[in-house]
Design a protein around this ligand. Structure first.
Ligand code: F6P
Length: 597
């Protein structure tokens, strides 16, 4: 038999879900199509869409494993059917390596977490060919829809989870290669076949670079361009079809909020295409470039759905999210992340707990309480945070005022319109008061030294939570020892950790690695991105490095060695162009915080 069938089944007419595509997705059944009589048929496992043969639900392959349908009872209300799988395909029959890889690709869930999941492969199966081994995210959307902002964040998150991720921006290549063409709105005219050809070529060239990078070991590559027509997307998808180990996710950013749009348009005036042109002229040119794209714009929709292409649409930077056909672990992770962020201006403070009695003696781990110096820090911390909240409100008002002055000097209308009843000054004051009085969250670990550091925060004023995920790394058999003792008693362990701190896991019950701590703090990052309030996180050295590693986009090599001294507060202010980081050191004898530059 020359075909590899991954799965053959019948769907009862009384099935709870009448739509076989729904069942197909629920049970990860590949390539199901309906034949003329309405029964599902199955395509052979071929990377290309045109099958030479199809089989109907009544066909049976040579060797099948039978799984009782009661495993599927939640979807089949008459458990009389059998789901038949053929797990032996890869081993027993005469398939080419490509067919075997594809059979795995279609059957696997792609669940892979660096440092926590080990996939068992056969010597005959190329490890790189597992489902979801590589992911290409193709961005779609008109200019100024926040695409670059979204891809930067997504790249940072995936890299933090240790999936090597890179953004390939077509605009940058355009600016490098096409400087001889005037890069004005005319260049983007969809009716000019020659210029359209140049832009398509640029997009394909970037795709080639991206594929090469993935083949050299990268994991997730993001194609950052407008890709705003079906024709363009089909061009990219056709090329990617030749790479069976690569999965594709289309990610569209739409924006209907006029205020966000106008702000994005103006940010473009400060960017590389327009920086040196008079503002009013540049704004008019950019709006006409957008209008050119709008003429030909085809949002993701039926064309993609008919082809079962997985996609996600983000509307107004994540306010509304539509996900379709999402299959594969990595794509699911991306969509979940994208569902959880917002553009609120806020402060995120991070600090280690105040000095503990174990810190004084150099013992790691444990659950000691604060030393006298640690208690002093705790008291000073609550006063400092209060002052910084007021300062932040003033800074926001000041920044907004400065921005308006820039627009004014460029001859543009103010961005923040007055509401008629109040002057701009009154509006700014109201904003400052609102920021000052907004809810503020305090998170600590569940260890004594962290909870005691939050003791001076009034629960009537602050929303305080103690969270186990923020506990320090568990050093298991090394808990309570000094580093010197560890190097004497467990010299091999000591050296192994030195060589690869990120993946090294302390031996013994509950022992953890940095990677383990990344996984347990993943939900903290998602929550941090989801919430719009300011917050203070009081935690420990490893967790600080990991959270700051995410917030400052630090490489995996640097992150486990980052300097996070005691009695130091890091303040993060999320901005449209990235996070701003401020660092404050507590000077005990002066009982005050000073900024570290
Ligand atoms: O010494 C304080 C501490 O938080 C220990 O509890 C923890 O094991 C250690 O720092 C982690 O730092 P590193 O990963 O550099 O050993």
């Amino acid at each position: 038999m020359g075909q590899a069938y991954s799965c053959i089944t019948c769907f009862p007419s009384s099935s709870l879900s009448k739509d076989p595509r729904h069942l197909q997705r629920q049970h990860n059944i590949p390539d199901l199509e309906m034949n003329d009589s309405g029964s599902p048929t199955f395509l052979p496992l071929s990377p290309c869409a045109t099958p030479t043969t199809t089989t109907t639900a009544t066909s049976t392959p040579n060797s099948v494993a039978r799984i009782p349908a009661n495993l599927l009872n939640h979807t089949l209300d008459q458990p009389t059917q059998w789901l038949q799988l053929s797990p032996e395909i890869s081993y027993n029959q005469n398939y080419s390596p490509l067919e075997m890889a594809l059979s795995r690709q279609h059957r696997g869930s792609g669940f892979d977490v660096p440092g926590a999941v080990h996939s068992v492969t056969t010597p005959r199966l190329d490890k790189e060919m597992q489902t979801d081994a590589k992911l290409v995210i193709i961005m779609v959307g008109l200019p100024a829809r926040g695409k670059s902002y979204i891809v930067k964040k997504l790249r940072r998150y995936l890299n933090w989870l240790q999936y090597e991720t890179k953004v390939f921006n077509v605009g940058n290549l355009r600016r490098e290669c096409e400087s001889e063409h005037e890069q004005s709105a005319k260049f983007f005219d969809p009716d000019n076949a020659e210029l359209k050809g140049i832009r398509d070529k640029l997009a394909l060239d970037v795709l080639e670079n991206l594929i090469k990078w993935l083949k050299d070991g990268g994991r997730v590559a993001i194609h950052d361009a407008t890709n705003s027509t079906i024709e363009r997307r089909a061009l990219l998808l056709k090329r990617l079809r030749q790479e069976p180990q690569i999965r594709v996710l289309l990610l569209e950013s739409l924006c209907t909020d006029e205020r966000i749009l106008e702000r994005n348009f103006r940010l473009k005036l400060l960017g590389p295409d327009y920086r040196n042109r008079p503002a009013a002229e540049a704004l008019a040119d950019f709006k006409s470039r957008v209008a050119n794209y709008e003429k030909a714009y085809q949002p993701i929709g039926d064309w993609e759905e008919e082809r079962d292409i997985q996609y996600c649409k983000l509307i107004n930077v994540g306010k509304k999210v539509i996900a379709c056909n999402i299959s594969g672990y990595l794509s699911g992770q991306c969509v979940f992340y994208l569902m959880n962020f917002n553009l609120a201006e806020r402060q995120i403070f991070l600090t280690r707990h105040g000095q503990s009695t174990d810190n004084v003696t150099g013992h790691i781990g444990g659950d000691a309480d604060l030393s006298p110096s640690g208690k002093k820090y705790a008291e000073a911390l609550s006063k400092f945070i209060k002052e910084q909240r007021v300062q932040f409100a003033l800074d926001l008002v000041h920044e907004q005022h400065e921005r308006e002055e820039i627009w004014k000097s460029k001859g543009l209308e103010p961005l923040e319109k007055t509401d008629g009843a109040r002057t701009p000054e009154e509006l700014m004051k109201a904003k400052a008061e609102a920021v000052c009085n907004s809810q503020f969250i305090v998170w600590t670990s569940m260890l004594k030294r962290a909870m005691s550091t939050a003791a001076y925060f009034d629960p009537d004023e602050y929303d305080i939570k103690h969270i186990r995920f923020l506990n320090e790394i568990n050093a298991s058999i090394c808990e309570g020892m000094t580093y010197e003792e560890i190097s004497n008693v467990y010299p091999d362990e000591y050296n192994m950790r030195k060589q690869n701190k990120l993946f090294y896991r302390y031996p013994g019950i509950g022992g953890e690695s940095y990677m383990d701590v990344i996984h347990r703090t993943q939900s903290m990052i998602i929550e941090l991105e989801r919430m719009s309030q300011s917050c203070l996180i009081i935690t420990h050295r490893v967790v600080m490095r990991i959270l700051l590693g995410y917030l400052t986009d630090m490489s995996q090599k640097e992150m486990p060695h980052m300097d996070v001294p005691m009695h130091t507060v890091f303040e993060v202010r999320p901005k449209p162009y990235g996070n701003e980081i401020l660092k404050w050191r507590y000077i005990e004898h002066l009982d005050k915080f000073v900024q570290d530059h």
